[in-house]
Ligand binder design. Structure first.
Ligand code: NAD
Length: 355
């Protein structure tokens, strides 16, 4: 199978590509604009595979997307390209509207034309898999779980732009018959995540002796899923999911943000007992900062549909996954340094491997 993956240089996209190249015989075309979040270092271990091709392109460029589809003739699309950071969406929503909404529209439009030109057999095998977030469902309150039937109520410009893109995908399926699938996943963590997101930020700041900023009182609840479990779930959906369906993906790991930070500090106490100068305990670096405007209090996923219908379950518990993740950042400080000093956007890592 030949799969076109958009956003494959990002955190989740690169995990999906590593999973597919390492565990299947499929071919991958990675189409990514390489925004600040795109990092080819994360693909070092697969970049020399004859089954992997990288194309730097913007999903908003209709003509270029059409040419790429016609030239490479993919059997399916996994669409992950998006602006993904909530804080950035509050400071500057325009690029979220452009990439997440206009970009998804442009991709759908180009894919529809491509799909209509396929043979009947290839048409029925084709899939457009849109990767989305549980944030489209909004704030859950203290009880309950998001199901695939939960009404949309996004709170931030990021989640509103993702909700819009989900609606466009459903419309292209219902109106034009494009065979689509949608997945809505909870918060991911794991290797190669840009250190503006909570978990890598806390690890990196703690070992550098910097403050650990916590929004409000840190009582917001997120349902954490290891990125490699998400990558497996996405491959399972694109290969065995039912056309037109939505699948929620989650890890049954509800944690308050403050609990996550305490856990990371506890692991670091064990793994890095020699601390930066002036730091007695990592936990002393915690600093409570003004809460994010419109901050949702709780997200939690009911993943029973994908578990029952497609047989996917997560391998990692939060306890096992967070320990591996902390260890990965400690072992891959060069990856982190190159992100922090900006050189990841310039020359390649050479022989350095992120495995
Ligand atoms: P990321 O920010 O790490 O990566 C996004 C990638 O998309 C980057 O490589 C970037 O260069 C690329 N990109 C952005 N705009 C583009 C454009 N216009 N054209 C082509 N490429 C472009 O994001 P991520 O955390 O890997 O998330 C991937 C997808 O999964 C997103 O759609 C996100 O909404 C969704 N998601 C993320 C999470 C999470 O916890 N990170 C959870 C659920 C769903």
């Amino acid at each position: 199978m030949k799969i076109l993956i958009t956003g494959g240089a990002g955190f989740i996209g690169s995990a999906v590509i590593r999973h597919i190249i390492n565990n299947t015989q499929d071919e991958i075309i990675n189409l990514d604009k390489l925004t600040y979040a795109g990092n080819l270092d994360s693909l070092a271990e697969v970049e020399n595979s004859s089954r992997y091709t990288f194309i730097q392109e913007d999903i908003c460029n209709r003509e270029a997307i059409e040419d790429i589809l016609n030239q490479h003739q993919p059997d399916c699309i996994m669409h992950l390209a998006a602006e993904s950071h909530v804080d950035r969406s509050i400071d500057g929503p325009a690029v979220f509207i452009q990439s997440n909404i206009v970009g998804t529209y442009t991709l759908l439009d180009a894919c529809l034309a491509y799909w209509q030109g396929l043979s009947e057999e290839n048409q029925s095998n084709f899939r457009f898999h849109h990767i989305s977030t549980d944030e489209v469902y909004g704030d859950l309150g203290e009880t309950g779980l998001f199901t695939e039937e939960t009404p949309y109520a996004p709170s931030s410009p990021y989640s509103a732009s993702k909700a819009s893109s989900d609606h466009l995908v459903r419309a292209w399926q219902r109106t034009y018959g494009l065979p689509t699938l949608i997945t809505n996943c909870s918060n991911n963590y794991g290797p190669n995540q840009f250190p503006e997101k909570l978990i890598p930020l806390i690890i990196q700041n703690a070992i550098s002796g910097k403050h650990l900023p916590i929004y409000g009182q840190g009582t917001q609840v997120r349902d954490w899923l290891h990125v490699e479990d998400h990558a497996r779930a996405l491959y399972c959906v694109v290969t065995t999911g039912k056309i037109g369906e939505t699948y929620n993906i989650g890890g049954h790991n509800e944690k308050q943000n403050i609990e996550v930070v305490h856990t990371i500090c506890g692991i670091l106490e064990e793994l890095v007992p020699t601390k930066p100068e002036g730091v007695e305990h990592y936990i002393d670096l915690i600093q409570y900062v003004t809460d994010r405007p419109g901050h949702d209090v709780r997200y939690a996923i009911d993943a029973s549909k994908i578990e029952k219908e497609l047989g996917w379950t997560p391998d990692e518990t939060f306890t096992s996954g967070i320990r591996k993740t902390v260890q990965w950042y400690l072992d891959n400080q060069r990856w982190c340094e190159r992100v922090l000093d900006g050189s990841y956007q310039g020359e390649r890592l050479g022989t350095f491997s992120t495995t």
